[in-house]
Design a protein around this ligand. Structure first.
Ligand SMILES: [Zn+2]
Length: 210
């Protein structure tokens, strides 16, 4: 589902650990949380975070990541898919970092920390190619080794959203789309790339010295 019409699609790039096991074209049926929710109407509502359009419906949202109930349900569906199969799980760190930076919310301590931590995760995963474990260590260091501040969110937060991941029906397709989604989410914050790289260096240096 191409929903926002912002930016240009990126060419295919392989994703995840090339040595990791993949389920190839195996098909997994996913129970749709969206279909289980009560749709109020057929109107499509744009998510205030990522811009993806979902039918208006009732349902929970995250307490500080601003989204529509439909977008939050789609994220839950993608997470459930990843937790249920290692072939999908290998790109989980990209999912867990892409969604928050496309849903930065309003200035608050929680959101300030969320955006920075997940931008560091995207930088470490996409540009440094670090493992999920290494990225988790860097993310943890963000809260203790750098002075957090609010980063003004970009207007354009990437052409791909979680809505583009939901339709994937095989692990290879899921991984490819999630990687492209993460790349777009990272590129959207290009104005802060230098700052994020600097913070990452500070955290790595602190870890080496500890
Ligand atoms: Zn959204």
């Amino acid at each position: 589902m191409r929903t926002t019409g912002r930016g240009k699609p990126r060419p295919y790039r392989s994703c995840g650990d090339p040595e990791a096991e993949t389920s190839g074209n195996s098909v997994i049926e996913h129970q749709s949380q969206i279909s289980n929710m009560t749709a109020k109407s057929n109107d499509l509502i744009a998510c205030p975070g990522c811009g993806a359009r979902f039918p208006e419906q009732h349902g929970p949202t995250h307490r500080y990541l601003e989204s529509t109930p439909g977008c939050w349900a789609a994220y839950g569906e993608v997470l459930a898919r990843e937790y249920s199969d290692p072939a999908y799980m290998k790109v989980h760190h990209f999912t867990a970092d892409a969604y928050p930076v496309q849903h930065p919310g309003k200035p608050s301590k929680h959101n300030m920390q969320s955006v920075i931590v997940h931008l560091i995760g995207l930088y470490a995963g996409i540009e440094l190619g670090l493992s999920q474990q290494e990225i988790a260590i860097l993310r943890d260091g963000a809260t203790t080794h750098i002075e957090l501040r609010w980063l003004e969110p970009p207007q354009n937060r990437g052409n791909l959203t979680v809505a583009d991941i939901v339709p994937a029906r095989a692990a290879e397709e899921h991984c490819r789309l999630v990687y492209q989604w993460a790349e777009e989410a990272w590129e959207a914050w290009t104005g802060y790339h230098d700052q994020v790289k600097q913070w990452t260096q500070i955290i790595r240096q602190a870890k080496e010295n500890s």
